[in-house]
Design a protein around this ligand. Structure first.
Ligand code: FES
Ligand code: FES
Length: 149
């Protein structure tokens, strides 16, 4: 089936299978920042924005993205350099596997609740698991990003 949507501000047209997942389509287009982790909606490393909402692209049928605005970490890095700068300055990453999901989730938080308290921030980022950092530097990065806006 034909699929048309906007990816990181650019129009995309693709042939997709009815059961193809959005993460597969995005990675197939060469944007491998969006990771395939658990595949069951638990780890958050596959998060992308559909509209202003973060979704687990491992559970999201690509066909449902028809006509939508989709943003990945690559696109956000270009569109919102302050977000990436905050992660770099606060050292909010180690291996980097979870970082695209953390970045996408932080961008969603900035849209949904730009005046988030630290407690709200922690709750929002809790859906993206990190095996490396102990989370403190990630939370500091998101805090710095929100405060910079
Ligand atoms: S790969 Fe999608 S939530 Fe883990
Ligand atoms: S930086 Fe390695 S999983 Fe988060």
């Amino acid at each position: 089936m034909k699929l048309s949507f906007t990816l990181n501000g650019e129009p995309v047209a693709a042939d997709v299978a009815p059961d193809e997942l959005l993460v597969e389509v995005i990675r197939g287009l060469g944007l491998t920042g969006t990771k395939q982790g658990c595949g069951v909606g638990v780890c958050g490393v596959c998060s992308v924005l559909v509209g202003d909402r973060p979704v687990s692209s491992c559970l999201y049928l690509a066909a449902c993205a028809e006509g939508e605005q989709v943003w990945t970490a690559e696109g956000l890095a270009q569109a919102e350099p302050a977000l990436i700068r905050a992660f770099a300055e606060q050292e909010g990453m180690q291996c980097g596997i979870c970082t695209p999901g953390q970045v996408v989730t932080a961008a969603a938080l900035a849209r949904e609740n730009p005046a988030a308290t630290d407690a709200e921030l922690r709750q929002y980022q809790a859906g993206t698991l990190c095996r490396c950092t102990g989370y403190q530097t990630i939370l500091a990065a998101v805090r710095a990003y929100l405060d910079s806006r």
